[in-house]
Ligand binder design. Structure first.
Ligand SMILES: [Zn+2]
Length: 421
């Protein structure tokens, strides 16, 4: 992510708000006689909110908690997910604030804006954008007005996707003959890191194309998990085109690279504060110190490198991410073969799916420390795919869960076609 709204809120302010977040009181009571008590709750998987101030009977200022890295820098506040109880029939005004942080060391980044409407749900499962959302660009605050029809209402930056939902999906997938779910390592907090392999076992894998899809290096980017689920459901299904794809391709998936962050409602850093899509050049598989600090990167990088080193190349690895308003593909590769693959991928996605790129694919992108460096280090064609959470500039609608699932099924088929046209 990274847009650039104003006001300097660098290290010190960020650290201060970090401390406030740690002290935040998440249950709040109070009511007029005869009215229900309103309670804010984040005590569930993926839940997050900072300090809450009551400004009036039904008016609350809610500070977004945010997360900082291991050096106390790069605070990003693009995740909140909370439930309000006792609000049935009342008109609540919620002012979401404290969005401004820092991105790639540059203070002032703000992950919220006029094109983004938070999502609301009355069952924690079905989500819709909050129609009455007003963004104040001067105050960098979003005012939401909601009138819940039920006693409980959930609000989030975008529809959440939890490790529990993924675990249920993987359990289902693991029962199929053509799919294998492995645990390739453990996160900093001891959660399983999964690798899913899908192929037709009746046919030798040698000679098949190999594509790899990865998601949730950044915990807040829950939209990518629905794309991942759509891809996994389709490619493991009995659909005749999925069967045909399994005969000529091997599909690999690392579906949730930061399960700790996804479980605990974090933003983009692992439990030790390391950005999970940085440091990929730094993590040396020969040094166990990196395993202790950044096990998520260490184990996934090891799975990729071991495969390539054992003479089983990967033709294309797509790394799924979300941004606020941008949508694009970017790779450090610039050779003719890579350009042809990414060109085909981009053309078909643009023509046949909801992928609406803000600009054409970026080739030969400047070397950074993201997973893209695997191209320079190991010759793997890694493509970063950013997808917006803001409304589609063409349809004016926010991406919905159904659309993301469908996009995933299209994406995985197009990836396989792009490497072997
Ligand atoms: Zn990301």
């Amino acid at each position: 992510m990274g847009s650039s709204c104003r006001t300097g809120r660098g290290g010190e302010a960020g650290r201060r708000s970090g401390r406030l977040a740690a002290l935040a009181l998440l249950v709040l009571a109070g009511s007029a006689p005869g009215q229900e008590i309103i309670r804010f709750n984040t005590n569930f998987e993926g839940g997050s909110l900072g300090r809450i101030e009551r400004l009036g009977e039904d008016v609350f200022r809610c500070h977004v908690r945010g997360q900082q890295d291991q050096a106390g820098r790069n605070r990003q506040a693009s995740w909140y997910f909370f439930r309000i109880d006792g609000a049935r029939g009342r008109e609540l005004t919620l002012i979401l604030t404290d969005f401004v942080g820092e991105y790639n060391g540059r203070p002032g980044a703000c992950p919220m804006g006029p094109e983004i409407r938070p999502a609301i749900s009355d069952d924690g499962e079905h989500w819709a954008p909050i129609a009455d959302t007003h963004w104040d660009d001067h105050a960098k605050a979003a005012t939401l007005r909601v009138r819940p029809g039920r006693d409980a209402v959930w609000i989030a930056h975008q529809p959440p996707y939890t490790p529990t939902r993924l675990a249920r999906l993987l359990e289902e997938i693991d029962r199929r003959d053509h799919a294998r779910v492995e645990v390739i390592g453990k996160s900093a907090r001891g959660r399983d890191l999964h690798l899913v392999t899908v192929t037709d076992p009746a046919l030798d894998d040698r000679g098949k194309a190999v594509v790899w899809l990865q998601a949730r290096q950044h915990a807040w980017e829950s939209g990518t998990s629905f794309v991942m689920e759509g891809a996994l459901r389709f490619i493991t299904s009995d659909d005749p085109s999925a069967r045909a794809l399994r005969r000529r391709s091997v599909f690999l998936f690392t579906p949730m690279v930061d399960p700790d962050g996804c479980a605990s409602g974090q933003v983009r850093f692992n439990a030790n504060g390391y950005d999970v899509n940085r440091h990929w050049d730094e993590v040396d598989l020969k040094h166990k110190a990196y395993l202790a600090q950044m096990p998520e990167i260490w184990y996934v990088k090891k799975a990729i490198v071991d495969r390539v080193d054992s003479g089983r190349p990967i033709d294309l690895l797509v790394n799924l991410h979300n941004t606020e308003t941008g949508e694009y593909l970017s790779t450090m590769a610039g050779d003719a073969g890579s350009r042809a693959i990414v060109g085909r991928l981009s053309d078909r996605l643009t023509r046949e799916t909801t992928f609406r790129p803000s600009h054409g694919p970026v080739f030969g992108a400047a070397r950074d420390s993201s997973a893209n460096v695997l191209h320079a280090e190991n010759g793997v064609l890694v493509v970063l795919m950013e997808q917006r959470i803001a409304r589609d500039p063409k349809t004016g609608r926010e991406p919905a869960i159904e659309g993301r699932l469908r996009f995933g099924s299209q994406l995985i088929a197009i990836m396989a076609d792009a490497v072997r046209p």
